[in-house]
Write a protein that binds this ligand. Structure first.
Ligand code: ADP
Ligand code: MG
Length: 707
C-alpha cells in the first residue's frame, strides 16, 4: 500500500467502507488487490467521460466518438416481439434529429421515457447508410424549470472485472465507492510528502487536492493538474531513492585506487593499430577518474554493437594491472568468453599480461591449476562465464570486474562479484543493447552511465532491406553474388521446430532449401542451433570463422557478440517474429569488417501495424538508441530487458515512455534535494523523509542492488 501513516484512516480495511462489506471486500482484494481505503484511493480511473461539452445533432459526423446532446423526445416506438423487441425514439434539438435505439431492456425503457420531455443524452453515435443513431444512450431528464449546469460533469471510468460487475462493482459501482471514500477522508489524512520548495518550483497542487481531482475533477484543467502532480510524485520518489543510493555508495563504499598508468597500459596504447574515437577517449577518462578517487566505481557502459566497448574494457583492466591488481571479464556464454579470450590475447601480445579463461568446461586438474594460479596472483586477466562467480573461485586481489552483455546476468549474480573481496572491486557493466535515456535513468539510476555514441571511422553503414516472399529468388541471387566475392552470409530463423498453427519457416526446412539453392561442393553450409551441444556449436562457428563454410544457417544463438568480419549479409527469415532489439543485435553481426554489409529482412505479406513499424524502423536507422526509443514506444518498458527489477513496471499513473520529459524533471528535482541535504536533515525535508521512512511506496520499488 502506498499511502501510509500510523493508524491512518487510509489503512482501514476496505470492507469497512460503507457499501462494501465482507463479501465485496473479498472480491475487491482478489480481483483488484484493493485491501484498504488507501488502495482504493490509488485505483485511478483509466479514462473519463467528459460531459462538460454539449454537441448538436447536425455536427455529428463519422469521426465523432461520443456526443452529449440536449433535446426533446418524440415518436417512442416499441417494435418486434418477445426477445427481439426494439425501442426507438427521436431526439430533436435546434439543428436536427437523431434516432435513439434500445435492443436490450426495450420494454423497461418504454415505460421510463417520457414523450415531449427534454433530456440530456450521452452516447456513441452509430452510422448506417449515412444516417446516425445513438444505441443505448445514457439519459437524464431535464426539469423544465431548471437551467442545466455542465460543470462537475467529468465522470471517471474505472477498470473492473466480470466478477466485480456481478457484485455491482462495475466502473459505476467503484465510482460510488470513491464518492463515499471522499466523504470520509480529509486533507489531513494525506499529508504533503513533497518538500514545499519542490511543490512551489514545479507548480504542483497539494496532495489531497491531487487525489480528489484525479477521481472527481470539476473540469479538464483540474484533472490535468492532478495527473501532473501524481505522476511527478511517482517519478520523484523513485529518483530520490536512486540518487540517495548512489550518494550512499559514493560516500560509504571505499574503492581501490589505481595510482599509476605504467607499462601495460602505455604499452598497449602504443601498439594500438588505430586511433581511439572521441567517445572511447571520453569514456576512458571517466573510468580513469573513477579509479583514482578511492570510491567504488559502478559504471554502465552503453554502446552500440561495434562501437568498441571491448577495447575500453580492456584498457580499464590494464589500469588495474598497472597498479598490481587483477581483473576479470564475465561473458554470458562460453563462445563469447572464448572470443574475448582470443581477442584480448591478441591485443596484449608482447606486453606481459597473463590472460586465462575459466568456464564450465575447464575441469579437473586444469581447473585446480588455474584456481591456484589465480589465488597466487599469477593470472592478470581472467575471462570467463558465470563460472567466475562460483564459490571456490578466489582472486588474489581483484581490482575490477567487467561484465559483458549484462542483461543476461541476474542482479544477484552480479552482486556476488562483490563478495570476492573485502572491498568491492570496481564494476564496469557493458551492454550492447542500448536502452532509452529515460529508462536508463530509472533502471540504472544509481549507476553512472557512460555512452559510446560514435562508431570507429570508416565503417560503412549497413544497408537494410525489407523484402517479401516474391523477392526470394532475388535474395538468393544476391547471396550468391556476395559469396562469389569471397564474403560469407548468415541466414537466421526464429524457430527450431515447425509450429503447425503458425506457418513460419522452420530452421530445418530452411536448411534443406538453402542446401538446394546452394549445392555442394560449390557451397559449404554451417548450421548452428540451440539444441546442439556447446562444443558442437563452437566447432561449427569456428569452421565458419575460418572460412571453411560460406553460409551460416542459424537460430538466434548467434545473436550476441559473434565476430566474423568477413560476413557481409544477414538474412533474417520471418523477421516480423523478432523484436526490435533482437533484430538490431542480429544485424550487428555484419558490418564488422571494411566491406559494405547488408541486412535483408524477409517477411510474409501480412504484417501487423506494429510489425510494419518495426521493419520500417530497421530500414530507416542503424542507431541503436533510436531503435530502443521506438521499441519503448511500441511495447512499453515491460518488454525491454533489465526493467523487471526497476519498479518502472509497477508505476501506477506515470508512463515511462510517454512521460519522459516529466521523468527528467523529477530526476533533476530529486538530485537537487539530495545534493542540498544528503541525509534529509533540514526541516523543510522532514515530510519527505518521513514519507520515505514510512515505507509508503516500497511495494512499487523492491529495488535489487545492481552492482
Ligand atoms: P563492441 O564490443 O562495442 O561491439 P568491439 O570492441 O568488439 O565493439 O569493436 C568492434 C571492432 O572495432 C573490433 O574489431 C575492434 O578492434 C575495432 N575497433 C574498436 N575501436 C576502434 C577504433 N577506435 N578504430 C578502429 N577500429 C576500432
Ligand atoms: Mg562486444
Amino acid at each position: 500500500m502506498v499511502l501510509h501513516h500510523n493508524r491512518n484512516i487510509l489503512d482501514t480495511p476496505i470492507e469497512y467502507l460503507k457499501g462494501v462489506g465482507p463479501k465485496r471486500g473479498d472480491i475487491l482484494k482478489k480481483e483488484l488487490r484493493i485491501f484498504t481505503f488507501g488502495d482504493l484511493l490509488e485505483h485511478y480511473p483509466f479514462r473519463y467521460i467528459d460531459k462538460t461539452q454539449l454537441h448538436t445533432v447536425s455536427a455529428i459526423d463519422v469521426n465523432t466518438s461520443t456526443v452529449q446532446l440536449r433535446g426533446y423526445i418524440s415518436n417512442i416506438q416499441l417494435m418486434g416481439e418477445a426477445r427481439r423487441k426494439r425501442l426507438t425514439a427521436w431526439l430533436r434539438d435546434k439543428t436536427g434529429r437523431i434516432q435513439l435505439v434500445w435492443f436490450k431492456g426495450a420494454s423497461y425503457m418504454k415505460n421510463y421515457l417520457q414523450e415531449g420531455k427534454e433530456y440530456l443524452v450521452y452516447g456513441k453515435p452509430n452510422s448506417f447508410n449515412r444516417t446516425f443513431s445513438l444505441p443505448h444512450p445514457e439519459l437524464e431528464l431535464i426539469d423544465n424549470t431548471q437551467d442545466v449546469s455542465l460543470t462537475n460533469r467529468i465522470q471517471p471510468v474505472y477498470s473492473s472485472t466480470d466478477k466485480l460487475t456481478r457484485f455491482n462493482l462495475d466502473s459505476r459501482g467503484i465510482y460510488r465507492l470513491i464518492q463515499t471514500l471522499f466523504t470520509k477522508i480529509q486533507a489531513k489524512d494525506l499529508p504533503e510528502n513533497l518538500p514545499e520548495s519542490v511543490r512551489k518550483n514545479y507548480k504542483l497542487i497539494p496532495r489531497f487536492e491531487a487525489y480528489k481531482n484525479i477521481h472527481l475533477p470539476a473540469n479538464e484543467a483540474s484533472r490535468k493538474q492532478a495527473e501532473l502532480r501524481l505522476k511527478f510524485e511517482e517519478f520523484f520518489f523513485i529518483q530520490v531513492k536512486l540518487v540517495q543510493k548512489k550518494n550512499f555508495r559514493y560516500h560509504k563504499l571505499n574503492g581501490y585506487v589505481f595510482p599509476k598508468l605504467a607499462e601495460h597500459f602505455h604499452g598497449f596504447y602504443k601498439k594500438l593499430p588505430f586511433e581511439l574515437t572521441g567517445a572511447q577517449k571520453r569514456v576512458l577518462k571517466e573510468i580513469r577518474r573513477d579509479t583514482l578517487v578511492g570510491k567504488q566505481m559502478n559504471r554502465l557502459l552503453q554502446g552500440d554493437v561495434g562501437s568498441g566497448k571491448t577495447i575500453v574494457a580492456l584498457m580499464s583492466m590494464l589500469m588495474a594491472i598497472d597498479s598490481g591488481f587483477q581483473a576479470c571479464m564475465m561473458a554470458p556464454t562460453e563462445l563469447l568468453a572464448q572470443q574475448h579470450l582470443n581477442s584480448i590475447t591478441q591485443f596484449v601480445e608482447g606486453i606481459g599480461v597473463k590472460v586465462d579463461i575459466l568456464t564450465g568446461s575447464v575441469k579437473g586438474r586444469a581447473r585446480r591449476n588455474l584456481l591456484e594460479k589465480l589465488e597466487l596472483g599469477m593470472i592478470d586477466i581472467l575471462v570467463g562465464t558465470h563460472a567466475l562467480i562460483e564459490d571456490p573461485v578466489v582472486f588474489q586481489n581483484l581490482g575490477i570486474s567487467v561484465i559483458d552483455e549484462q542483461h543476461r546476468f541476474g542482479v544477484a549474480q552480479r552482486a556476488k562479484l562483490w563478495e570476492k573481496n573485502d572491498q568491492p572491486p570496481h564494476v564496469l557493466v557493458m551492454t550492447a543493447t542500448p536502452i532509452p535515456r529515460t529508462l536508463a535513468m530509472t533502471v540504472y539510476g544509481d549507476l553512472d552511465v557512460s555512452v559510446i555514441d560514435e562508431l570507429p571511422p570508416g565503417r560503412k553503414a549497413i544497408q537494410t532491406m525489407h523484402w517479401r516472399e516474391s523477392k526470394r529468388l532475388q535474395m538468393l541471387g544476391f547471396l550468391k553474388k556476395e559469396i562469389a566475392q569471397g564474403r560469407q552470409v548468415y541466414i537466421v530463423y526464429p524457430l527450431i521446430n515447425e509450429s503447425e498453427t503458425l506457418n513460419y519457416k522452420d530452421l530445418m526446412d530452411g536448411y534443406e532449401s538453402v542446401q538446394r539453392a546452394f549445392p555442394q561442393p560449390e557451397y559449404q553450409i554451417s548450421i548452428v542451433h540451440g539444441q546442439m551441444s556447446g562444443y558442437a556449436k563452437d566447432e561449427e562457428m569456428m569452421r565458419f570463422k575460418n572460412k571453411e563454410t560460406q553460409i551460416m544457417v542459424a537460430t538466434t544463438v548467434i545473436e550476441v557478440g559473434v565476430d566474423v568480419p568477413n560476413a557481409t549479409v544477414m538474412v533474417i527469415e520471418s523477421a516480423e517474429r523478432f523484436g526490435l532489439a533482437q533484430l538490431h543485435q542480429l544485424r550487428g553481426r555484419v558490418g564488422r569488417g571494411g566491406n559494405q554489409s547488408y541486412c535483408i529482412l524477409m517477411t510474409g505479406n501480412k504484417l501487423s501495424a506494429e510489425g510494419r513499424k518495426r521493419l520500417a524502423t530497421m530500414v530507416e536507422t542503424t542507431d541503436g538508441f533510436k531503435i530502443s526509443e521506438v521499441d519503448l514506444q511500441l511495447r512499453g518498458p515491460g518488454n525491454i530487458e533489465g526493467t523487471q527489477q526497476s519498479g518502472v513496471l509497477n508505476l501506477r499513473i506515470a508512463d515511462i515512455a510517454k512521460d519522459n520529459k516529466l521523468l527528467q524533471v523529477a530526476r533533476t528535482a530529486a538530485a537537487k534535494v539530495i545534493e542540498g541535504d544528503p541525509k534529509l536533515e533540514k526541516p523543510e525535508n522532514q515530510n519527505l523523509k518521513q514519507y520515505l521512512q514510512s515505507g509508503a511506496n516500497d511495494e512499487k520499488s523492491k529495488w535489487s542492488r545492481i552492482s
